[in-house]
Design a protein around this ligand. Structure first.
Ligand code: KIV
Ligand code: ZN
Length: 521
């Protein structure tokens, strides 16, 4: 491994809670955001972008509380290039041990046209807003949105203005995932060479993955001199997502011989965070996803298996344990006791009090009676179900589905606010018939935006994990559930989402996605 110096330390800026949460349907609850922030802090993330405080009351509350609870990470909030945005941002983050204001404006011709500012007017706006931010906070990050499609001379000019006004970090976003590695590096190199004062600030890279090059573009920017990478867990984010934290961090670790840079991330926490983010965002990780996908360390072909058995390095460039993937190979079954369950959960990074453990144990026994082997993924699904229990207005009591070539019919009993209600419905398939029962028992008008089924483990007795995303008047909620019966898992996931919707009904405030980045005038 090559020796690295302080100059080769790359800061990891995680924006799962801001850019990640902006991906349609990835809305997280207040408690979930606090939990993810705490895990990111514990993992060693240098800067956590906790949200967009002006976007909604909910965002403001989440950013404020994350700031108050912060331990080591810098806590950053996002604001447009407007004084009230910046003030609201500061109000939310000022209690952090180390607060940072992030402010941005779209500088490319397409983005300048929206607020109808010419180059000089925009330059003036940048000077005014960055100066204002710096008067509030010592740590100010400025981003020229759509930097990669901004005229190079103008980019140099506005970066210089932001540095002179007091920005301490200059972030270069590839907002639409348009750049390629060589260009990404050229832009950073050009700014470092041409902009006066460039040596006194940190350059950062923020890449979207529209052409599948986000990670490569981020690493190329680092090789050219950027010392901060903006990224999200599992690459969550708008459209095709952002640079994935786990990819850049592991690439820098595994290929330290050719990329001699280091981060402060405890990589053994990666797997746990990936699972939590997948669960709370409702965005399952694709099986073949680099680093954290279910297949990332599995070997199927005979030649590969044989090689791995003789020398694991023949087909593995990193160890599962490096990312905290549990390798104990202990599979729990119906004879396993509470101590084994507790120890297994601990190995998965999940610790809980006696009461919750009791609840998870009951669920585990029930599952183990129906399924020969209970895998790590099954346990994680059970823990998630137990965490959500207790606050449910609606609960499935009984379901019987008849399906086959003669048509589909579902009979359902649900408990609604303590009262049992039963119906029978038909539908276009067993899941549709079951969902029609829910609608008959509890009439509601929502749009089913997403219905996704995954087999958590292999075999015909595998648990199915179902994710459901519902939308009502712009409010988006997700629900998940797991069961060996796919229709039961589907109904429970739907009911889970509906329960969350009922909690969110009545809460006011604009959703983060309703606020426009373009509204900068
Ligand atoms: O992609 C982007 O340009 C952004 C900015 C707000 C930094 O997310
Ligand atoms: Zn972005």
């Amino acid at each position: 491994m090559t020796q690295t110096s302080d100059q080769d330390r790359v800061l990891i800026f995680d924006t799962t809670l801001r850019d990640g949460e902006q991906s349609p349907g990835a809305t997280m609850s207040h408690e979930e955001k606090l939990e993810i922030a705490s895990l990111l802090d514990e993992m060693g993330v240098d800067i956590i972008e906790a949200g967009f405080p002006i976007a909604s009351e909910g965002d403001f509350r989440a950013v404020s509380e994350i700031a108050r609870n912060s331990r080591n990470s810098v806590i950053c909030g996002l604001s447009r290039a407007q004084i009230p945005d910046i003030d609201r941002n500061w109000e939310a983050i000022q209690h952090a041990k180390r607060p940072r204001i992030h402010t941005f404006i779209g500088t490319s011709p397409l983005h300048r046209a929206i607020p109808n500012l010419d180059m000089d007017q925009m330059a003036e706006r940048i000077h005014e807003t960055v100066t204002h931010a710096r008067n509030l906070c010592e740590d100010v990050q400025w981003s020229p949105m759509d930097a990669t499609r901004t005229e190079r001379d103008y980019l140099c000019r506005v970066v210089e203005i932001a540095i002179k006004a007091g920005a301490t970090t200059i972030n270069i976003p590839d907002t639409v995932g348009y750049t390629a590695p060589r260009e990404s590096a050229d832009i950073i190199r050009m700014l470092l060479e041409r902009v006066p004062g460039a040596d006194d600030v940190i350059f950062s890279t923020h890449c979207h993955n529209d052409l599948g090059m986000a990670t490569a573009n981020s690493l190329a920017a680092v090789e050219a001199g950027a010392r901060q990478i903006e990224c999200t867990i599992n690459g969550l984010g708008e459209r095709a997502g952002n640079t994935a934290l786990e990819e850049v961090v592991m690439a820098l670790r595994v290929r330290n011989d050719i990329m001699p840079y280091r981060t402060g991330i405890d990589t053994t926490k990666i797997m746990n965070l990936s699972r939590r983010v997948a669960s709370v965002s409702g965005f399952a990780v694709q099986f073949n996803k680099a680093i954290v996908g279910k297949n990332a360390f599995l070997h199927e072909s005979g030649i590969h298996q044989d090689g791995v058995l003789k020398n694991v390095e023949t087909f593995e460039i990193m160890k599962p344990a490096d990312i905290g993937l549990n390798e104990d190979n202990i599979v729990l079954g119906k004879h396993s006791g509470r101590a084994a369950l507790r120890s297994k959960l601990k190995g998965l990074g999940i610790e809980m009090g006696e009461n919750q453990l009791k609840d998870v144990f009951v669920r585990f026994k029930d599952l183990a009676d129906r399924k020969k082997e209970v895998y790590d993924e099954d346990l994680i699904a059970l823990v998630q179900m137990s965490e959500d229990a207790g606050a449910d207005r609606l609960a499935l009591k009984r379901l019987r589905v008849v399906c086959g070539t003669e048509g589909q019919e579902a009979e359902m009993t649900m408990v609604v606010d303590g009262e049992e209600k039963s119906v029978t419905s038909t539908g276009d398939g067993p899941v549709d018939a079951a969902f029609n029962c829910i609608k008959a028992i509890f009439p509601h008008d929502v749009r089913l935006q997403l219905y996704q089924v995954h087999a958590v483990t292999e075999g015909t007795d595998a648990q199915a994990t179902v994710s459901v995303r519902l939308e009502e008047d712009g409010r988006i909620v997700t629900g998940q559930s797991a069961d060996t019966d796919t229709v039961v898992a589907s109904v429970k996931a739907y009911v889970h989402a509906l329960n969350r919707l009922l909690v969110r009904r009545g809460k006011t405030g604009t959703d983060a996605r309703e606020i426009s980045y373009k509204d900068v005038s």
